[in-house]
Design a protein around this ligand. Structure first.
Ligand SMILES: Cc1cc2nc3c(=O)[nH]c(=O)nc-3n(C[C@H](O)[C@H](O)[C@H](O)COP(=O)(O)OP(=O)(O)OC[C@H]3O[C@@H](n4cnc5c(N)ncnc54)[C@H](O)[C@@H]3O)c2cc1C
Length: 393
């Protein structure tokens, strides 16, 4: 008699790759055999970041932008554990959760995303003008942040804080909100914020504090179109570096800005748990992976999306790579367990980026090309809704 042992596949984080894997198990006519799969993740629902600005602007409700990871697990026959990852001991094959439970695995897949990079808050002390009296915020993420400082990640916390900002704005005669960041996410967030705040009171004002350059890496035409939209919405663009926050003041390289709240969309840094692992990491806590999204130090560990950094080539941390790389990684997990060859994730040269502009207007960037209009928003809405419902397959 042939006795096949059951292997344990542990999925950590309900990011794009794991949502995709759950969906492919549900849709498969042949679900994987001899495999015990567990998903451990912080929240039963995964919020789709691409639709977050649309939710802030009031075009979507929370259910529209949420993917029910727990329900997908039930349908896929996967054990669901709502818990945060605290430590990965890859040498022993043990994951420890925040409530101190230990989970063992044969193969581990990491898709826990990343945290907002708040190191710029730390730099302030030595860069602020000597006469500035400031108690610059502590940067232990995220509990020690003053309530006025809101990081866009983790998104579940951001969702709570945005609702509070809206309530505060309803009580204020002139609410001042700064978004710090220079990328597409910061730009979308400030446009959505300005749109939502101005619906409450036309005196409310959003600022985009973006340093020297906005939207670096995008084509010039796209940048011009985005800046035009920022002007149309009367967002104030502050081309200065943000250095820190204290007592209602956002300190910048020139003069401080009096604000009621600050949203930080200042890139990503490694998840907190990556401080407690023997896996190889690079660049402040990203799991170092090769072209098949496999840890370079422990071959039975895979990582994809914002939690990982490819060591063989430069690749931005973005939703596009989390989704496309995630699909490849999901196949590789099953192939690795079945002793079959693994495939590399080769990103496309150009990716489509659709940037929403607060109201139902959007701008598309594709390599050197750029298009805009209400129809682009409708296209984005269709793509996003399809993704939340069924993924990109
Ligand atoms: C406003 C905004 C708009 C964006 N728009 C775009 C866009 O249009 N196109 C694009 O390419 N990119 C976009 N991005 C970037 C994109 O959101 C990320 O690159 C992408 O979400 C990363 O996906 P992921 O699968 O790695 O992780 P995530 O989507 O971040 O998912 C991580 C999952 O892990 C869980 N988790 C986190 N920590 C733990 C832990 N310790 N233990 C257990 N579970 C944990 C989380 O709850 C979540 O379920 C945008 C980002 C923002 C903020």
């Amino acid at each position: 008699m042939n006795c096949v042992s059951t292997k344990k596949l542990l999925l950590a984080g309900a990011g794009h790759a794991h949502i995709d894997l759950l969906r492919s198990i549900i849709n498969s006519s042949e679900p994987p055999k001899h495999l015990q799969i567990t998903l451990v993740t912080e929240q039963p629902q995964t919020i789709y970041s691409g639709m977050l600005p649309g939710w802030m602007a009031g075009h979507y409700n929370l259910a529209d932008i949420s993917i029910d990871a727990q329900a997908l697990c039930e349908q896929a026959g996967v054990t669901f554990i709502q818990q945060s990852l605290a430590k990965v001991d890859a040498a022993s094959g043990i994951v420890t959760t925040a409530d101190d439970k230990q989970l063992d695995y044969d193969v581990l897949s990491l898709n826990t995303g990343a945290n907002t990079d708040l190191r710029w808050l730390n730099k302030a002390q030595d860069q602020l003008p000597a006469n500035t009296e400031t108690a610059v915020v502590p940067t232990q993420f995220p509990t020690q942040l003053p309530t006025q400082v809101v990081a866009v990640r983790p998104i579940s916390l951001f969702i709570e804080r945005w609702q509070q900002i809206i309530e505060e704005a309803k009580q204020s005669a002139c609410y001042q909100l700064a978004v710090v960041g220079a990328g597409a996410a910061a730009t979308e967030l400030v446009l959505a914020a300005q749109y939502a705040l101005r619906l409450i009171n036309p005196n409310h004002q959003a600022y985009l504090v973006c340093g020297d350059e906005l939207l670096s890496g995008f084509n010039q035409r796209f940048k011009k179109q985005v800046i035009k939209q920022l002007h149309r919405h009367k967002v104030q663009i502050v081309y200065e570096r943000a250095l820190g926050y204290s007592e209602g003041q956002l300190h910048t390289s020139r003069q401080p800005l009096a604000i009621d709240a600050l949203i930080a969309a200042t890139g990503v840094t490694g998840s907190a748990w990556t401080k407690h692992t023997d896996l190889s990491t690079v660049d402040h806590g990203f799991i170092a992976v090769n072209k098949v999204q496999q840890s370079i130090s422990h071959p039975n560990v895979f990582a994809v999306g914002d939690v990982a950094t490819r060591v063989d080539q430069k690749m931005a941390h973005s939703g596009v790579h989390a989704v496309r790389g995630g699909a490849v990684e999901a196949d590789n997990l099953l192939a690795y367990l079945a002793d079959q060859p693994l495939h590399s994730y080769d990103p496309r040269l150009r990716t489509l980026y659709l940037l929403s502009c607060g109201d139902k207007y959007a701008i598309a960037s594709w390599g050197r090309y750029s298009l805009q209009g209400r129809w682009v928003w409708q296209l984005k809405k269709r793509i996003d809704k399809r993704f939340v419902k069924a993924g990109f397959n």
